[in-house]
Write a protein that binds this ligand. Structure first.
Ligand code: GLN
Length: 454
């Protein structure tokens, strides 16, 4: 009840698009009844969580923060949300996000930006970006509106908003969590994961969310490890790699200092620090911004005014006119930009020059990581090259916005588990995140290093 009241009192943050108090309260009642009956409680019994609006939720409006999906009410439940309900959790509501998960500041939402609960300590009162695309999730957790929220991460959308708001979030290995019922952005990159106050909460939530699902062809047929039980901050014998290529030109000194602090903390916990090289890092961002739009342009072809959401049917119009009018009206500018880039790089004549090249780079980046694992067990880097920027600061400059993803996209291209944990504050008193990247399927190693830093 306290969380339900907080959510409804915090409308100014614009974190929730839909509130579903009855769902959360029903889960709490079920937990109470189970406790009264002396039953063993489920791992998330009665825990109220926020759901990113990219997850289809049966009977509850789902828009991906796009006008084109207004009026769409799914008749089915995504696998990950169903897994959470099966573990006893309840839903406080659907969380705002960048439209179709495209963005790094939550400003591409068709329903207004989310406002970070953080402010600069020097009195500069400019509202700050909560990060993106899971900006509603980061804000809802950071503002204590819910103890945990779901996020999705295609190129950093769990980790960067977690870093901007001083919380933790983990993107598991590609295939750990089912993508079924999660609205697709770039299918070969999309992964689902939890955002929460600390590493333990992330471990508990991820344990409930993950698992094989026959309905997702890329789902991994593996048991879910007991991540919470396996938590340990003892780093003895662990080799932590510091990739030298992540020291990018113009990196602010305080990001360098943050990184050094993280290195010292892990050393103090017993880890051995080794320098490693990921030579193709500088090509990751351009490759990502070809591959992700290419897949998006294909995935988003389904929004045609026939099957879901809005339909614009000008008088006397034919089918093509209806498609054009619906898509022109329904998609926001960033989504249109991605569709145009995506169709361009996939078109005959440009396919080899852009898409094929980007796919080759993706392979080289994955190989860089494979070679690094010969020398280390996890990698430590900053999560983002800056603290939260002001709303509006980068919204007219897509390239500046894309550059914010420089540290998060390489591990996405390689499908690796990666987490952001709070690492300290910048000179404005704003949170900064440290990123831990792990070997395929080694979420435990990532969580444990996160615990040692936390
Ligand atoms: N900011 C990146 C993009 O706009 C990543 C988004 C995401 O991970 N969903 O594509």
């Amino acid at each position: 009840e306290a969380f339900v009241a907080k959510v409804s009192a915090a409308k100014a943050l614009n974190a929730f698009l839909v509130e579903t108090p009855e769902h959360a309260l029903a889960a709490a009642d079920a937990a109470d009844a189970a406790r009264a009956a002396g039953e063993t409680l489920k791992p998330l019994a009665g825990v109220p969580i926020g759901m990113k609006d990219l997850f289809c939720t049966k009977g509850v409006a789902t828009t991906a923060a796009s006008h084109i999906l207004e009026g769409f009410t799914p008749t089915y439940e995504s696998t990950v949300s169903q897994n959470l309900w099966d573990a006893g959790a309840g839903m406080l509501g659907k969380l705002n996000m960048d439209q179709f998960a495209m963005g790094s500041s939550n400003e591409t939402s068709a329903f207004g930006n989310v406002i970070s609960p953080w402010r600069r300590s020097d009195g500069g009162n400019a509202p700050l970006a909560p990060g993106g695309s899971s900006g509603g999730s980061s804000t809802a957790v950071a503002a204590r509106l819910c103890p945990g929220a779901t996020g999705t991460d295609t190129g950093g959308s769990i980790r960067q908003p977690a870093a901007f708001t001083g919380i933790s979030g983990i993107k598991p290995t590609y295939g750990r969590c089912s993508r079924w019922g999660t609205i697709a952005f770039a299918s070969s990159l999309d992964q689902v994961g939890p955002m929460a106050h600390d590493v333990r909460d992330c471990a508990i939530m991820l344990g409930a969310m993950a698992g094989f699902d026959a309905k997702d062809a890329t789902s991994l047929k593996l048991d879910v490890p007991a991540w919470e039980a396996g938590l340990s901050s003892d780093m003895k014998g662990l080799r932590v790699g510091i990739p030298k290529e992540y020291r990018v030109d113009g990196m602010p000194e305080e990001i360098e200092a943050l990184w050094q602090q993280g290195i010292d903390w892990l050393k103090d916990a017993g880890a051995e620090i080794v320098e490693v090289s990921l030579p193709h890092t500088k090509y990751a961002l351009p490759a990502y911004y070809i591959i992700a739009p290419a897949e998006a342009s294909s995935n988003l072809a389904r929004y045609d005014g026939v099957r879901y959401g809005i339909r614009d049917l000008p008088a006397g119009a034919g089918l093509q006119d209806m498609y054009a009018a619906t898509r022109a009206d329904g998609f926001g500018p960033e989504v249109k930009r991605r569709i145009m880039i995506g169709t361009y790089v996939l078109s005959a004549g440009f396919y080899d020059a852009y898409y094929t090249q980007a796919q080759k780079i993706r392979t080289l980046i994955a190989r860089d990581f494979e070679q690094a694992w010969a020398k280390c067990d996890v990698l430590l880097t900053p999560t983002a090259p800056s603290a939260a920027f002001a709303l509006g600061e980068k919204s007219d400059d897509p390239i500046a916005m894309y550059l914010n993803d420089v540290f998060t996209v390489p591990s996405s291209l390689a499908g690796l588990p990666a987490m952001s944990v709070p690492g300290g504050l910048d000179h404005h008193g704003l949170p900064l995140g440290l990123q831990i990247i792990g070997k395929p399927l080694d979420e435990q190693g990532v969580l444990n290093a996160g615990l040692a830093i936390e």
